[in-house]
Design a protein around this ligand. Structure first.
Ligand SMILES: [Zn+2]
Length: 263
């Protein structure tokens, strides 16, 4: 896997900080941190110690998801293709348009890259009331879930099925896709728990995060009103339910959110 280069206009607005990966003895391909965004200043290698810590944690979590998904794909006779992780602050160019800090973490199927704005972690802690390492890990595992859906063709089938549907029906399908990603994150959580890698409080952190970033919670925080038809991620209760479903047995096969009547 090669290191993708930033595709920003007007030259490099950030810099690839593979040094962070080397410093922590991690695969540099895992780590691509783009700093800056706007300003057009000279590239800088100044990475705050806090960002270093987040970058390290993120890379460790990603590596753990890779172990889990390699096993899962191999068990089905398939092969897992690892996604690339892009950490950034501010904004960054992607094959899915410009990544903005306001968007939160997202996965771009077109370049199979997971984009995580580091300031989202701050938001998660300060504004959304979901502190803790495992809460952050859950967010990464959810985005990895979207990557798995892309590899399996689930995302493409959903996008196809959404053509010609009303907005409400299309959103309902998006919710099912999101809840499946939550369930996949839960299955990975089960794998960690089996290895006795979860500390006390970790599970609560993740479940808290799953609830904190439910659409209804976010909407209430945003506009004060809740509009279920516009949900694209699912309610807090739904996200919690599907994370727990994945967590229960650690089998991604339990994550069929599409055939149940009420996900
Ligand atoms: Zn998602």
């Amino acid at each position: 896997m090669g290191l993708p280069l930033p595709r920003g206009k007007g030259g490099l607005i950030g810099i690839l900080v593979v040094l962070a990966g080397l410093y922590f003895g991690l695969d540099p391909a895992l780590l691509m941190m783009m700093l800056g965004g706007g300003g057009g200043g000279a590239p800088t290698t100044a990475v705050s110690p806090q960002d270093d810590e987040l970058a390290e944690m993120t890379a460790v979590v990603l590596a753990d998801t890779e172990t889990f998904w390699h096993q899962q794909f191999a068990a089905q006779g398939g092969q897992y293709i690892e996604p690339t992780l892009v950490l950034y602050r501010g904004s960054t160019a992607t094959h899915c348009g410009t990544g903005q800090a306001a968007m939160g973490p997202f996965y771009c199927p077109a370049d199979q890259q997971i984009y995580i704005d580091l300031s989202f972690y701050d938001d998660l802690r300060r504004q959304l009331g979901a502190p803790g390492d495992f809460a952050q890990a859950y967010v990464i595992a959810h985005e990895v879930g979207h990557h798995v859906q892309t590899l399996l063709g689930t995302s493409a089938r959903v996008r196809e099925a959404q053509q010609g549907l009303s907005q409400a029906d299309a959103n309902a399908l998006s919710v099912r896709l999101e809840l499946q990603a939550d369930c996949y994150a839960g299955a990975w959580g089960h794998y960690l728990a089996q290895q006795q890698r979860l500390e006390s409080g970790d599970l609560e952190e993740a479940l808290n995060a799953a609830q904190a970033i439910g659409d209804d919670r976010l909407q209430r925080r945003g506009s004060g009103t809740v509009v279920p038809d516009s949900f694209t991620h699912g309610s807090s209760a739904q996200r919690l339910k599907w994370f727990q479903k994945g967590m229960a047995r650690g089998d991604p096969g339990d994550c069929d959110t599409f055939t149940v009547a009420n996900p």
